[in-house]
Design a binder for this molecule. Structure first.
Ligand SMILES: Nc1ncnc2c1ncn2[C@@H]1O[C@H](COP(=O)(O)OP(=O)(O)OP(=O)(O)O)[C@@H](O)[C@H]1O
Ligand SMILES: [Mg+2]
Length: 420
């Protein structure tokens, strides 16, 4: 029996008395706690490092109550070798009370297994499972965002392609229009020169003078048309100056109020420290007036027009989505109305010359074309935001200049060319 006990694979010992004195200890037990002197010592003396881990109290309890205790996966820190760090083990064990003939507890039989290896393997498996789950989740997440990115890029590419096509169409239309307008203008010069010479020859002939006057009026209308088309074709003669839009818009206040009528509220919002821009001021006024008149028409004479100026930076992303835009610093003038808005099926056409939804005689469809051509010729950019039923914002971007402002001419003295 002693041999069997000694060689049993589970660790065993017999403790006697309320202080749990080691009576018998097998090899497996010694292996667990590290070879040390145990027999004849109390557990508290023999295994001082275990104090505070709850085992002694459990033994006390079993001794007192006479009820066995079964524990699983109990963590124990043991000083198995001299000064080494305490070693963490996990054990399953039973404390079995030993009774005398009278039924009193005289000692405790301890039997158990060191399950550290199983416990570690289980933990490892669990954490592997956990990391596996995490990795699956992470991969799924990565794949999903890659997919989203791809979708976004596709949409961006398509948008950029549409923008490119539109820009190319407008470019071609501008070249054609500008070329025709230029030649047309030269022809008008010839006609008007000869008409003026002719006027000397027909002095005193009232009927002929009347006809000549009609012809000259026609030439003047033609010249105006030519100049509007030249503006769209980016071939008008510009006189760029260093302009601060804040003053320019303040100076336009009277003119705008007259153009808009009493039922339309005019609000101007200027941000401080506005940058300067190099632009033809009279053409810029012309453009703003054209936009204001469009807004008035869209609001049916009633509503609110807001003109806002600010510094703006157009970044690479924006430039990628707009074919004709260079990234950089711009001065922004935004003209916003609370009008009808522009339906999506016509918004791509509003910049084309002669595109108008207004009745014959009310609009020639040249206003926005001129604004667009003028801005492009000045290195700027026109962007339209519109929502049907809510209103429209026309954003004019003009490149920033570092130069200081030129003296502004009295704006009221400058003739303004309108669309109609
Ligand atoms: N603020 C706006 N709100 C709603 N629609 C607008 C606005 N501005 C322009 N549009 C639409 O775009 C079209 C073209 O505008 P554009 O200024 O080029 O020509 P027009 O105003 O019709 O004629 P013109 O300016 O030569 O007198 C307009 O007929 C109108 O349908
Ligand atoms: Mg117009």
């Amino acid at each position: 029996m002693r041999d069997l006990f000694q060689q049993a694979p589970s660790f065993m010992c017999i403790l006697s008395g309320p202080d749990h004195i080691f009576e018998l200890v097998n090899d497996a037990y010694l292996q667990l706690v590290g070879n040390r002197q145990l027999l004849g010592l109390s557990v508290r003396k023999a295994l001082p490092e275990v104090e505070g881990e709850g085992f002694f109290e459990l033994l006390d309890g079993v001794f007192r109550s006479g009820k066995p205790y079964i524990g699983r996966n109990l963590q124990v820190l043991l000083q198995r070798e001299g000064d080494a760090e305490p070693d963490e083990r996990f054990i399953n064990l039973i404390y079995q009370p030993i009774f005398d003939i009278g039924g009193n507890v005289t000692g405790i039989f301890v039997d158990g297994f060191d399950v550290t290896h199983q416990k570690r393997a289980e933990d490892q498996l669990q954490s592997l499972n956990h990391t596996l789950e995490q990795r699956v989740e992470q991969r799924t997440h990565e794949l999903r965002s890659a997919l989203l990115q791809l979708e976004k890029e596709t949409v961006e590419r398509e948008t950029a392609q549409i923008a490119l096509r539109q820009a190319q169409e407008m470019e071609a239309l501008g070249n054609l229009t500008g070329g025709v307008a230029h030649d047309f203008n030269n022809l008008l010069q010839v006609v008007s020169g000869n008409l003026q010479l002719l006027s000397k020859d027909i002095d005193g002939n009232a009927r002929a003078e009347q006809r000549l006057e009609n012809a000259l009026a026609g030439v003047a209308r033609g010249a105006k048309l030519a100049s509007q088309l030249l503006a769209f074709g980016r071939r008008q003669a510009l006189e760029p100056k260093v302009v601060n839009c804040r003053k320019l818009i303040q100076n336009m206040d009277d003119m705008l109020r007259r153009a808009l009528g009493e039922e339309i509220e005019l609000e101007t919002v200027v941000s401080g420290g506005l940058w300067n821009t190099l632009i033809d001021p009279s053409q810029l006024e012309n453009a703003i007036l054209n936009l204001a008149i469009n807004a008035r028409d869209a609001m049916d004479g009633r509503g609110r027009l807001t003109i806002e100026t600010a510094n703006a930076v157009l970044d690479d992303d924006y430039a990628r989505m707009h074919e004709d835009v260079r990234p950089g610093q711009y001065v922004l003038v935004a003209v916003t109305d609370t009008g009808s808005g522009i339906p999506s099926d016509i918004i791509d056409h509003v910049l084309e010359p002669f595109f108008s939804t207004k009745s014959e005689g009310k609009g020639t469809g040249l206003g926005l074309s001129m604004v667009y051509g003028f801005l492009k010729q000045s290195g700027g950019h026109l962007k339209i935001y519109s929502e049907v039923g809510h209103g429209t914002t026309m954003k004019l971007y003009m490149p920033r200049t570092m130069q200081i402002e030129d003296g502004l001419a009295n704006s009221n003295a400058i003739p303004v060319k309108g669309g109609t």
